[in-house]
Design a protein around this ligand. Structure first.
Ligand SMILES: Cc1cc2nc3c(=O)[nH]c(=O)nc-3n(C[C@H](O)[C@H](O)[C@H](O)COP(=O)(O)OP(=O)(O)OC[C@H]3O[C@@H](n4cnc5c(N)ncnc54)[C@H](O)[C@@H]3O)c2cc1C
Length: 520
């Protein structure tokens, strides 16, 4: 049954959120709800909306701060400090993969590049065969993709929304006779600032902050920011609520205690924190799979230098892709153009100081970037050890071969686009100066730890979905095998990496799981 929209008092900046500053220091809050949702990103926001719309009283707990769009600085260095997990410093234990996640009201959707792909049928079929997810057939999932595409205005970038670098890369792809895919994004009338990763100050990006969260609030949901869930509560095999701590964002210290009693608990804290929450609570792990099967789509961003200024600063962060080789059997890599601001651009090639840094950055206007993203095997693990989070993950030798294929194609496309030099992001300076040298240079690369400067934007897989309770954490409808009415609705669910940017998969799965929660 659908509920009437409750008018809420709109604060100046649009979204009603209870923040740490609204809560008295030292207090203990006891709240009751029909459902408590942990995390307000892609999965959490959609679940909160769907449950609130069905008439349930929903409370959303978000560990990160509430940063309204008018406070977005359009400077990555600053937004990393305020809106990213570990101030942008989250990495694997080897320290060679920067694992980026949003940590604010709206989660990673606030800082993501808004590029959207439906889950390829290939994976839906594979999940059916290998993980018993025969319920997630392409025809079953289609209405969910359509729904989210409509809600978020997902559509192909217009000719006016591309970037100077993408135009050049498009020409390179044509020369190489490679197919050009036009990016689809959850952006309405892109203002083309090129600052997606720092948050879209114009609100054109249809992140959860400006879509599903306000819609959920309009249906009566309440959002607590600065509020970190620390324990899932359960009794006699049933979820009963969440214990959380309200943190003072200025000091990082616990300011107050908060408990939500609710018969439905949905975890959507993302694929690093959701398994940690379960590990800390000692729940839902009879399979031993909680935190296991971590994958992250490692990417390497190749920088190309041109003789002339390109000024690749404005336009869609990603406007094109090349996916001829994306399925594992066809190479396992995806190419994406990327507009990158100076901080990101410098750490790929020359993050140091002094002359080399100045020499490189003084040519920043002449550079563009093309990313290789790989489908990786789920061989990592997130663990909570002595109060510390660890992401034990290294690029597998076989996966590194996919990366090498991706790098070779990337470099060739960039030379075909007119570049006179390309840099491979590596801790030892690695540049290639001619198309003819690409194959030999890439063939000589070894899969060494702490050698390459990887970035991951897509952690996933740590509470995988499946029919077999011995091999998975949640059942095909998102409920944990072990604990009744404890659901997971975030990127932790993905049983394998999908080789494409996963936000639309998370959106669609969250819608699908919400339907089952409402019907249960
Ligand atoms: C910089 C960047 C660029 C990206 N670009 C793209 C793109 O172009 N296309 C695409 O498809 N995908 C992209 N992604 C990935 C995409 O945004 C994520 O896959 C998706 O948002 C994951 O959804 P989620 O619900 O699992 O987690 P998130 O959206 O990350 O939300 C999780 C939320 O839970 C909160 N949380 C964590 N722990 C707790 C706790 N204990 N208590 C309460 N709250 C907690 C976090 O603060 C966070 O807000 C990008 C990601 C990043 C970081």
């Amino acid at each position: 049954m659908s509920k009437k929209i409750i008018p809420v008092k709109q604060p100046k900046h649009g979204l009603q959120v209870t923040q740490a500053s609204d809560i008295q220091a030292g207090s203990t809050l006891k709240l009751q709800a029909d459902a408590v949702v942990v995390g307000s990103g892609a999965g959490g926001a959609i679940t909160a909306y769907e449950l609130a719309k069905s008439g349930k009283k929903v409370i959303v707990l978000e560990a990160g701060p509430y940063v309204p769009s008018e406070k977005f600085t359009e400077m990555l260095a600053i937004s990393m400090g305020t809106m990213y997990a570990d101030a942008g410093g989250q990495s694997n234990t080897t320290g060679d993969i920067s694992i980026l996640q949003g940590a604010c009201v709206g989660g990673s959707t606030v800082v993501n590049a808004a590029l959207c792909f439906r889950t390829p049928d290939y994976y839906l079929h594979r999940w059916g065969k290998e993980h018993g997810l025969t319920n997630l057939k392409p025809e079953t999932m289609r209405p969910y993709f359509e729904k989210v595409e409509q809600h978020l205005g997902i559509k192909a970038v217009g000719p006016n929304e591309t970037s100077a670098g993408a135009e050049l890369i498009g020409k390179g792809l044509k020369k190489m006779k490679l197919p050009l895919g036009r990016a689809r994004r959850n952006v309405k009338e892109c203002v083309q600032s090129g600052f997606c990763f720092a948050g879209c100050a114009s609100d054109r990006k249809q992140s959860m902050l400006v879509t599903y969260l306000p819609w959920a609030v309009a249906y009566g949901a309440t959002i607590y920011s600065d509020t970190r869930a620390v324990e899932v509560l359960a009794e006699s095999g049933r979820a009963t609520g969440i214990r959380a701590e309200v943190m003072d964002p200025a000091t990082g210290k616990v300011k107050a205690q908060l408990q939500v009693d609710a018969p439905i608990v949905v975890l959507a804290a993302g694929p690093v924190q959701t398994p940690i929450l379960l590990q800390r609570s000692g729940l839902a792990n009879s399979s031993g799979q909680v935190g296991k099967n971590f994958a992250c789509h490692p990417t390497l961003s190749v920088t190309a230098v041109f003789d002339k200024e390109v000024n690749d600063f404005h336009g869609a962060t990603h406007s094109l892709y090349m996916d001829r080789n994306t399925l594992p059997e066809e190479g396992g890599y995806l190419l994406l153009n990327a507009v990158q601001d100076p901080v990101e651009a410098s750490f790929q090639v020359e993050p140091g100081t002094g002359k080399p840094y100045v020499a490189y950055m003084s040519k920043y206007k002449n550079t563009i970037r093309l990313i290789s993203l790989i489908h990786d095997k789920n061989n990592g693990e997130v663990v909570w050890e002595n109060g510390v989070k660890k992401i034990n993950y290294d690029v597998d030798d076989e996966d590194f071969e996919s990366m090498k294929k991706g790098l070779a194609t990337t470099c060739k496309v960039l030379f075909a686009s007119g570049a006179n030099k390309v840099y491979i992001p590596s801790s030892q300076h690695l540049e290639i100066n001619r198309m003819e040298d690409v194959d030999a240079a890439v063939a000589s690369l070894k899969n060494e730890r702490a050698r390459y400067r990887y970035t991951s934007f897509h952690p996933q897989g740590t509470c995988r979905m499946g029919a077999d309770p011995k091999k998975s954490v949640v059942n095909p409808y998102g409920e944990t095998h072990d604990i009744k009415s404890l659901y997971i609705a975030d990127a932790s669910l993905l049983p394998t990496s999908i080789g494409y940017n996963p936000s639309e998969t998370v959106y669609a799965l969250a819608h699908y799981i919400s339907d089952h929660i409402v019907k249960a």
